[in-house]
Design a protein around this ligand. Structure first.
Ligand code: SF4
Length: 521
């Protein structure tokens, strides 16, 4: 064998650089399902189903193209596993197939990259790591852009990328509609009465025989894992992923940006695309998503504010955090700027809580392995940070529970943006707020036993109690941050009025009660 071409579960890209000079006579594709990837953190059953089913469909597609695929498939019988980790299975394949070279596209997880390199090194086989052309910006290009900068500013990167790629540009220097960023226009709520139309939600797909086989396997083998399979409806092939993209552009993009931050009971998706999982395993390419959104703008199907909000996620934020991940790893994973060290409370796994907003958000996690970004950032992430969760534990929880989480995308978004563990590399301040934010952006507080404006007492909102306690606890660490000045001034005012002691006592009691409930995982 000339080349053993590894395709990992998040690399289901038909345009992969691996295929550029693939010789069916001399090369083989290698794919492996391994137990370790589902159990090193106890993965949500939908996450496992999504990855395994998409991998099996991709394998079948490759075989139909006439390529040999060496595929390690898991069954309900653990004794048939050829190893626990990628490394174990790869080592055995190298021994039996004796390839002259192993080829892989840049993995999206530093741990996996190191593991593959170590196996090849031990076996004395050449390893060829190819650039991941799925992304607009290579790891090296990002490093060049970041070089010499004291602070990495997303907006600067985003504008550079818009110009470089000629996306939504009036000419070489100026954006269409004379504005780079329409974030200010994208903060609408549903008011008191709720959405003025029925929200269709993303397209859903029923299980074919391959997916049904995986659903049965997951219940057999990982039936005690978190999450439910009842509402599994994700596409697992490229053809269906493209259908989902077209459906989003037609039905949801015109309102996506406008209601990007809004939450409402019973609406897990609002107008969000739910394309992140498909992008992150490479069934979709960001360029086709950007092109489809721009076409919608040019045909006046969607306004610039809605289209720009969507494009910014893809060409700006997604590329930016991948760049940060590879620029800062592996030390980035160790960062813990606020020295937070608590494990995740049990309701982050099972949704058993009397906080209505958390219960709603967790029902979306359990039913879909998904919440949209405001429920991630301002409900679950905000609460975990103010509680004092270890930022890496929060990342591990997120990796386990969300179908779209891959290390490169999860770590900077959770440890960095959401938990402020990186001390301000990807976010300029901690995203903390009282229950009043949730009250403004949703109708969740209406059905809650707590009062969003109260910090003490039996009906005090835990978000509000923990908010003041969080700021008081971290006052010294956050003092130098200008963006926190107003919030910290209010802490001083509360202290002067003698209100802080009681709040902090209530926060202590709350934390103790959450920590006392053992987590199922
Ligand atoms: Fe959440 Fe507090 Fe509102 Fe209840 S009152 S829904 S806990 S923000």
């Amino acid at each position: 064998m000339r080349n053993l071409c590894l395709i990992l579960g998040d690399q289901l890209n038909i345009d992969s650089a691996l295929f550029d000079d693939f010789d069916p006579e001399a090369d083989a594709v290698w794919m492996a399902e391994v137990d370790h990837e589902t159990t090193h953190v106890p993965c949500h059953k939908q996450r496992v189903t999504f990855f395994l089913s998409a991998m099996r469909h991709f394998r079948d597609g490759q075989r139909a193209e006439g390529r040999e695929v060496i595929y390690h498939e898991l069954t309900a019988d653990r004794r048939k596993d050829r190893g626990k980790t990628f490394g174990d299975v790869l080592r055995k394949t190298i021994k039996s197939e004796k390839p002259a070279r192993v080829r892989v596209v840049e993995p999206g997880d530093e741990r996996v990259r190191t593991e593959i390199a170590s196996v090849c090194d031990d076996a004395g086989v050449e390893l060829d790591v190819l650039r991941d052309t799925h992304f607009y910006c290579s790891i090296e290009e990002f490093r060049d852009w970041a070089g010499g900068k004291k602070v990495l500013i997303l907006e600067t990167f985003y504008r550079m990328m818009r110009k470089r790629e000629g996306v939504l540009m009036a000419d070489a220097k100026n954006p269409v509609d004379d504005r780079w960023n329409f974030d200010e226009d994208n903060r609408e709520t549903f008011g008191k009465t709720g959405p003025d139309e029925e929200i269709k939600g993303p397209m859903s797909f029923s299980a074919d025989d391959v997916t049904q086989g995986v659903l049965d396997l997951v219940e057999d083998r990982w039936g005690d894992h978190p999450g439910s399979l009842d509402k599994f409806a994700l596409p697992v092939t490229r053809g269906d992923a493209r259908k989902m993209l077209r459906y989003f552009i037609k039905t949801a993009l015109p309102r996506f940006g406008t209601y990007e931050d809004a939450m409402w009971t019973g609406e897990a998706f609002v107008y969000h695309s739910r394309l992140s999982a498909l992008l992150n395993i490479k069934l979709l390419n960001p360029r086709e998503c950007v092109a489809a959104a721009i076409e919608a703008y040019e045909k006046r199907h969607a306004t610039i504010a809605n289209v720009e909000g969507f494009v910014r996620q893809l060409i700006g934020w997604r590329e930016f955090i991948r760049g940060v991940y590879w620029l800062k790893m592996p030390e980035y994973a160790e960062r813990n700027a606020l020295a937070a060290n608590r494990q995740m409370p049990s309701f982050f796994w099972d949704g058993e809580t009397d906080m209505a907003c958390v219960k709603h958000a967790m029902s979306h996690v359990i039913d879909h392995g998904y919440t949209h970004h405001i429920e991630r950032l301002m409900v679950l992430g905000n609460l975990a940070m103010m509680y004092g969760a270890d930022p890496y534990a929060f990342h591990e929880w997120h990796m386990a529970m969300y179908v779209d989480a891959i290390d490169w995308v999860s770590l900077p978004n959770t440890l960095g943006m959401s938990q402020y563990g990186d001390g301000g590399v990807v976010g300029t301040k901690p995203y903390c707020s009282t229950g009043k934010y949730v009250d403004r952006m949703s109708n969740y507080c209406k059905g809650c036993r707590y009062k969003p404006g109260k910090a003490v007492g039996d009906d005090a909102c835990p978000f509000t109690t923990l908010y003041w306690d969080f700021l008081a606890r971290n006052e010294t660490k956050l003092k130098g941050n200008n963006r926190m000045a107003l919030q910290l001034k209010n802490v001083v005012r509360k202290r002067e009025k003698g209100e802080l002691g009681e709040i902090r006592d209530q926060a202590d009691t709350l934390r103790l009660s959450w920590a006392a409930t053992p987590s199922a995982w």
